[in-house]
Ligand binder design. Structure first.
Ligand code: NAD
Length: 338
């Protein structure tokens, strides 16, 4: 099969491309706009080994209404996996417009072009954040109400609703996946795990929102990639699947675990003013994915954190090249204002 992977130069997209090249025989076409979060360097070894045979890169925007139909035709695409998105909640508070553009309008453009082209399967990679926040008990099911609280989550929920409408109205074969917080290699250091690693490595203070009480479920990125591969193979039209890692932790405890693995002092932790609209807790019920797809997370949280920290330690060059980028200026400004 020929699979169009959008946003393949970002964190999960990169991991997915490596995963699929190793675990399948499919050909992958990566369409990426190369925003600050897209890094071609991530896929250098893929380029060297597979370019022109099982891997093709196209630089472009999923919102481009001429480019997308051309690519679907050029590569005879069978399946689309849509990762492309603006993904950082803090940025969405400052600049919501670009989130609506890429995450909602972009998904619409992909859906419409795919429908016209008769694509066999469209996988929309969504997030637990579309469900909003939980209290101390319970977990989200696929039919839990959508109640997004940040512009990022709202832009993703809007895309989910468009996917639903394309299935209901046109019988277009969409599958939506909603996954909890991913961590692992190639994650941009604006997110909690790599941010903590990087600042701890350089003995810089580690900012934690509020009292660090917010709870997230954590999944190692290769487990998420396997879930998406299972959807390509088994998910029916109009299906929705939650994925989770069975690993609920307070942000503060995640930071402490990373510091412990690195042998660093907890004194590096610095509490900063909470993010507006900060959801207290997310937790996923993924019984359906277990039952229909045979999905089960395989990497335990502490083991996954160790794998991740080791990857960052062994890839200092990658980390340093990222550190000099645009995101760091944004991050510095953001935290200075708090
Ligand atoms: P990321 O920010 O690391 O990567 C996003 C990629 O999309 C980048 O390569 C970027 O250049 C590209 N991109 C952005 N806008 C584009 C556009 N208009 N056209 C083409 N390419 C564009 O994000 P990520 O963490 O890898 O997340 C990937 C997807 O998974 C997102 O849709 C996100 O909502 C979803 N998701 C992420 C998590 C998580 O924990 N990171 C959890 C659940 C779901």
């Amino acid at each position: 099969m020929n699979i169009l992977v959008t946003g393949g130069c970002g964190f999960i997209g990169t991991n997915f491309i490596y995963f699929m090249l190793n675990e399948s025989q499919h050909t992958l076409i990566n369409l990426d706009k190369l925003t600050y979060a897209g890094n071609l360097e991530n896929l250098r070894s893929v380029e060297e080994r597979y370019a022109g045979t099982r891997y093709f890169f196209e630089h472009g925007d999923i919102c481009d209404a001429e480019l997308v139909p051309d690519l679907l035709k050029k590569y005879s695409i069978d399946v689309i996996v849509n990762f492309a998105a603006e993904s950082h909640v803090d940025r969405s508070i400052n600049e919501p417009g670009m989130f609506i553009q890429s995450n909602t309008q972009g998904t619409y453009n992909l859906l419409e072009a795919s429908r016209q082209a008769g694509i066999k399967k469209f996988i929309q990679v969504s997030t637990d954040e579309v469900y909003g926040s939980l209290g101390p008990q319970g977990s989200f099911k696929e039919d839990s109400p959508l109640a997004p609280n940040s512009p990022y989550a709202a832009s993703k929920a809007s895309a989910d609703l468009l996917c639903r409408a394309f299935f209901k109205t046109y019988h277009f074969p969409v599958t939506i996946t909603r996954c909890s917080n991913n961590y692992g290699p190639f994650q941009f250091p604006e997110k909690l795990v790599p941010l903590t690693f990087l600042r701890a490595r350089d003995n810089e203070s580690i900012p934690v929102y509020g009292q660090g009480e917010n709870i997230r479920d954590w999944i190692y990125v290769s487990d998420h990639c396997r879930g998406i591969k299972l959807c390509i193979e088994k998910a029916g039209p109009g299906s929705i699947y939650n994925f989770g890692g069975n690993a609920e932790y307070k942000n503060l405890d995640v930071i402490k675990k990373i510091l412990d693995i690195m042998g660093k002092s907890h004194k590096l932790i610095r509490f900063v003013q909470d993010r507006p609209g900060h959801d207290l807790r997310y937790a996923m019920d993924f019984t359906l994915a277990k039952k229909d797809l045979g999905f089960e997370p395989s990497v335990k949280f502490t083991e996954g954190l160790e794998l991740t920290i080791n990857w960052y330690l062994n890839n200092n060059k990658w980390v340093d090249s990222i550190k000099s980028g645009d995101y760091i200026r944004f991050m510095d400004k953001w935290y200075k204002e708090r």
